[in-house]
Ligand binder design. Structure first.
Ligand SMILES: Nc1ncnc2c1ncn2[C@@H]1O[C@H](COP(=O)(O)OP(=O)(O)O)[C@@H](O)[C@H]1O
Ligand SMILES: [Mg+2]
Length: 257
């Protein structure tokens, strides 16, 4: 469903030096698959998601979704950024409804659904607040509702639970699994947490330090439905250990050291 072929991304930093963020990435994500991307900070995970979302154009290579080349942002994608990025002057409810507004769709009949999503993430009663009145974690939960409002078949999530406290994070993890199972979405999920990756994913993509490359793609053979208790299982421990070792041995390339 999502295909990347020979994708490289080069940025120019402020001193005009070239930054190779991604080098020769090939990746396939099947329909309804849950793929997690892990790797050291700065290895190009966010860049990869922004490319798939059509927010930036690759320097080299091609990206397609459902056989169609990605050239601009798409309506069938919901995206959760690493930072909440809510509009500061709009209420929480209006922020959640924003994607529909931007697509020129009616928002009135979507209000119950927006309220239902906000209830799901524990933001009932905060609908008319402004983002600035919420904590970072609450803003991020509102941003997750915003990504889900139009029920997109594809979800791109960039460390969406990073700003949440441990308990909320666990709740949201299980809620996301539930949504994915119920609505059969295709999800690409970036995380720092190896446990989170193994708990969520069908496949874990391990990336190396800059320039970001795919080191390995591991299949997660832990049975579903998944639960946090499975962390103790040998199969879970085995794959988490492999992911950890791969990240550790690919933290830095010699020329970066
Ligand atoms: N717009 C940009 N301009 C210049 N450099 C960028 C830009 N976006 C990202 N980079 C650089 O590309 C590399 C990868 O960044 P990023 O994708 O944010 O990594 P990650 O999400 O894995 O931490 C970093 O070195 C970062 O500084
Ligand atoms: Mg990032």
């Amino acid at each position: 469903m999502i295909e990347l072929r020979g994708v490289s991304q080069v940025f120019r930093s402020r001193d005009r030096e070239k930054v190779v963020a991604l080098h020769d990435i090939a990746l396939d994500v099947a329909e309804n698959e849950f793929v997690c991307i892990v790797g050291p900070s700065g290895c190009g995970k966010s860049t990869l998601l922004r490319l798939v979302a059509g927010l930036i154009e690759p320097t080299r290579g091609g990206i397609s979704v459902g056989g169609v080349p990605v050239t601009r942002p798409r309506e069938d994608v919901g995206i959760v950024f690493q930072k909440p990025t809510l509009l500061p002057w709009a209420s929480v409810l209006d922020n959640v409804l924003m994607p529909l507004k931007l697509m020129g769709r009616p928002t009135a009949q979507a209000r119950p659904r927006a309220q239902e999503l906000l209830r799901m993430v524990g933001l009932e009663g905060f609908e008319s607040r402004l983002p600035g009145e919420l904590s970072g974690g609450m803003q991020q939960r509102a941003a997750i509702c915003r990504a889900l409002i139009h029920d997109p078949p594809i979800l791109l999530m960039d460390e969406p639970f990073g700003a949440l406290d441990a308990l909320t994070r666990e709740e949201m993890t299980l809620e996301l699994l539930e949504i994915w199972q119920r609505r059969r979405k295709t999800i690409v999920f970036v995380t720092h947490s190896i446990t989170e990756a193994v708990l969520l994913a069908d496949k874990v993509v391990v990336m190396s330090a800059r320039p970001g490359r795919i080191v390995q793609v591991l299949d997660v053979d832990v049975p579903r439905p998944r639960a946090f208790e499975q962390e103790a299982l040998p199969a879970f421990q085995r794959i988490a250990g492999t992911v950890r070792a791969l990240i550790f041995s690919n933290r830095r390339l010699p020329r970066d050291a």
